[in-house]
Design a protein around this ligand. Sequence first.
Ligand code: HEC
Ligand code: HEC
Length: 205
Amino acid sequence: MLKKLLILSSVLLASMVSSTVLAMGDAEAGKQKSATCAACHGAQGISAIPMNPNLAGQVPGYISAQLADYKAGVRKNAIMQGQAAILSQEDMDDLDAYYAGLPAKISSVLSEEDIAMAAIGEKIYRGGYAERGISACMSCHGPSGHGIPKNYPRVSAQHKEYLEQQLLAYKKGERMGYNDIMYDIAFGLTELQIKQLSAYMAGLK
Ligand code: HEC
Ligand code: HEC
């Protein structure tokens, strides 16, 4: 119960903060600085490779925060730690402003199998999973997966494979965020539920 209250208050706080503090970077400068990123994340922040996340239309502030986490080694990934190592705070804020301002990808077209999976994933996304004390994903990521600036990332318009990989990384304790919210949540999910949720989020409009 206490945990639920804590989670709720952090969500309220996030939405209050979001209305006052938004990305402070310069999107035009960010565009210039994004040339190296485009090779993996696509020219418009929409990548062709399922393991490379789409960045276009991400909530303002999230990209900058994740880059800082890679740079500090809080979030571990050899490629991205190398990329972030050479970025200043200003670079991160500029890149953040640029990607947050790009139009998000139109949601993925799901296969028959994924549609069936997504129907089960939807129940957890919208209603949570009380048996394991998991709150509804939409309370933090929004009913249509658009996220809440700046801490709660967009999970729609994202590759299914990337979403699945990240949820597994949280579950195994391999990805640490600025707090352990997602670790607690993913730990309680089975690998099948992770697949079902990922299919649902990827198809969200
Ligand atoms: C060689 C390929 C490559 C390059 C170049 C690259 N990235 Fe990445 N990026 C990745 C991969 C792969 C991941 C997923 C890493 C993980 O699992 O943590 C990622 C993850 C990210 C994330 C986390 C997204 C999320 O939804 O949490 C951000 C932000 C990001 N990259 C920004 C950038 C920026 C900005 C640049 C340019 C300065 C850049 N990347 C250059 C491959 C690349
Ligand atoms: C209490 C708020 C909260 C709830 C509920 C929540 N999340 Fe999250 N989620 C977060 C935060 C905060 C992050 C970013 C954490 C970090 O820095 O790693 C995140 C990150 C993610 C990411 C990584 C996105 C990316 O671009 O790398 C995925 C995927 C995700 N959540 C899926 C889910 C799913 C599925 C559920 C429901 C089972 C859920 N979340 C419930 C707060 C929440």
